[in-house]
Design a protein around this ligand. Sequence first.
Ligand code: NA7
Length: 531
Amino acid sequence: MIPNVDVLIVGAGFAGLYALHKMREIGVSASVIEMADDVGGVWYWNKYPGARCDVESMQYSYSFSDDLQQEWQWTERYARQPEIYAYLRHVADRFDLRRSISFGTTVVSATFDDADQCWRVGTDKGDNIAARYCIMASGSLSVSRLPDLPGIENFAGPVLHTGNWPDNVPDFEGQHVAVIGTGSSGVQTIPQIAQRAKHLVVFQRTPNFVVPARNHPLAEEWQARWKSEYPEMRAQARQVGTLYDFSDTPALSVSPETREAEYQRRWEKGGVNFVHAFKDIMTDIAANQTAADFVHERIRQAVNDPVIAERLCPKNYPLGAKRICVGSEYYETYNRDNVTLVDLRETPIVSVNGQSIRTSAANHAIDILICATGYDALTGALMRIDIRGQGGVSLAEKWSEGPRNYLGLMSAEFPNMFIITGPGSPSVLVNMVVGIEQHVDWIADCILHLKATGSAGIVPRVDAEDKWVQRVNDEAASTLFTQADSWYLGANIPGKPRVFMPFVGGIGRYRAICDQVADDAYPGFETLKEH
Ligand code: NA7
């Protein structure tokens, strides 16, 4: 049985591992519960061919230990899943974290005990753990979602989800394979599967903007230089998330030729940096259209068949309003003889049968079905735990109209439960590792403050929460982010309330707000007195 602790952490991905290390550092007892049989979080589950990070390796890594960041050697500009998984395994071993992690165990409930002022956490193994604090490091993109397709249960072959990839995957060689979904995961896996399958059919509901990765092995000197500059680089990253080449120039303030040259320069360098070419791409639709037009032209150049090229051009939402994808040979893959693109808006899926998928126009023979259909983002992992706060209030009921919390960190009526990179925080809009370290450090300071002041805990006030929710909404509404049916808004999950969830104001501003709250002795929160 898992013993009672000061801090119970749910999840052993990037967030949970650092939270455990930090809690030990501040001298509180802590343990982690992880449903997988190893550390890694999304980097444990996302083993699909082509899985890699779209933030550069030198930046998508912890900064809390200089020894760690100096000793670990990355091999590529963008790390592949096995390398990030190996890195997290190394972190777990190097900091001796495994002894405090219960693997293969799922948290099913967490109930706040008003009398004892602690959380009582239940697992699928029958544990009932008392913990003063809970840290929910359960992931922003960890609950994968299969599509609701008529007859999918009748499909005779393997049905795989990119976010829940099994170890024993059938060989694609000689097979008829379908990929449904063209977000980041689909964009990464489609070129890889196409090289092995006899035939690949891609079912696309919405085309995405895909910028080239231009991935390459990391040169020794480049890595050494980064490492020597880490103190300054990490300090800057704490303000901006990822060190992109940000611009102060509005897109329409320069000539079309200058604009084109800037887009081209960034296109050739590769990566998400493309969207930072001008400062108003995410706030001015006319500026945004110039970037979209540029990408449309690149798609038309890359794809031989003009009809297929037009199907691949995203036209009904602003560039970046759905998370931009970073790909390698993505558009070129549609020039292969063994690849078919099906536009589900023109010809929707009518039924899935034993060995085929029938659309309104054709029947496609399929041996293996790959769903790259995404996640119940930001709230999914919390909602599948029965979380009950003061007086038995249910988090799922409280959030039935959309998530409500203060600073993205805590929800009123749920004392001492901290959420890492959840809704209301910069979360998936910034480099996740930077966001995680900021959250965990803030939580550690908060727990130390509570100990120092003899408090039994902390809980947001409803008025502070209401104001924060309003602020998150208002800031999102001032951008183009709300103008797409994205998972940022919950639009990919039928019935999920449409609320723009992340805080768009950037990690630097967010950090300053959180730091100010801590410096001012936590206004907007109430503390619990020891009984
Ligand atoms: P995403 O970005 O949510 O992409 C899922 C894709 O699957 C997207 O193209 C969806 O189309 C499509 N989809 C979802 N449901 C269906 C159904 N029912 N029918 C057809 N197509 C469907 O998930 P990813 O795993 O690619 O990436 C998630 C993040 O992980 C990524 O941004 C990185 O941060 C890492 P839609 O656009 O909803 O029309």
